[in-house]
Design a protein around this ligand. Structure first.
Ligand code: DC
Length: 207
């Protein structure tokens, strides 16, 4: 059995927190694949191009290095929008596929994203699809922004989450959807500790 845990789901569902805790628990490396798309979006903007331009976006994806994911400007509405745009470019997804498979291939890993269980590691030993209602996700993102002293409006944040869901789920290239063999974990009513406990209970065969 491989040691890949694939965690997919929409924005602000609690994937990252869960993935980080599972990685620590099983002593596996962790990759937040959303950061790769965010870093590609930033590179395209730095070069003065439009993130929807397929040639510029693919060139940026081919040039990406692990250091790019450490940039301090990968969060916020501009990075969100640029990431969502480059994520719809098939050439970007192909370039990042190699990166992600190399990351997980050798000794296993926990990866979170939108297409880990469907495209990147369809044979992952464990697959979770983590979701929550748009209202719950909007509230979490809103609190996160306030925690970072960023002014935010709950209705606007929730509307942006819904808009990104629609873009991620309707794009032709690797749309957001659960793998058929993924286990659904709805976190609407759960806090981070409960989500972690539930996930461990759902992965009994994983060690
Ligand atoms: O998880 P996130 O919000 O950081 O993701 C940023 C964007 O990248 C989002 O629009 C979805 C996209 N993405 C993707 O298409 N595939 C992934 N594996 C991860 C993220």
């Amino acid at each position: 059995m491989n040691r890949i845990i694939a965690i997919d789901g929409p924005a602000a569902a609690g994937k990252g927190t869960l993935a980080r805790r599972l990685a620590a628990h099983f002593a596996l490396p962790y990759l937040d694949t959303g950061l790769l798309y965010r870093a590609v979006g930033r590179r395209v903007l730095d070069a003065g191009h439009n993130p929807s331009d397929p040639v510029a976006a693919e060139a940026a994806a081919r040039a990406i290095t692990p250091d790019d994911t450490q940039r301090s400007d990968l969060r916020g509405p501009v990075a969100d929008e640029a990431a969502s745009a480059v994520a719809a470019v098939p050439g970007v997804r192909a370039a990042l596929l190699d990166f992600q498979r190399r990351f997980g291939g050798a000794n296993g890993a926990v990866l979170d994203g939108r297409d880990i269980g469907t495209v990147v590691f369809p044979d992952a030993a464990a697959k979770l699809f983590v979701t929550a209602s748009p209202e719950a996700r909007g509230l979490r993102r809103y609190r996160e922004l306030l925690g970072r002293n960023t002014a935010a409006d709950l209705a606007t944040v929730t509307a942006e989450i819904r808009a990104r869901d629609a873009i991620d789920a309707s794009r032709a290239a690797a749309p957001l959807k659960s793998a058929e063999d993924a286990i659904l974990l709805d976190t609407t009513e759960l806090d981070a500790d409960q989500v972690f406990a539930r996930a461990l209970a759902l992965l009994p065969g994983f060690a």
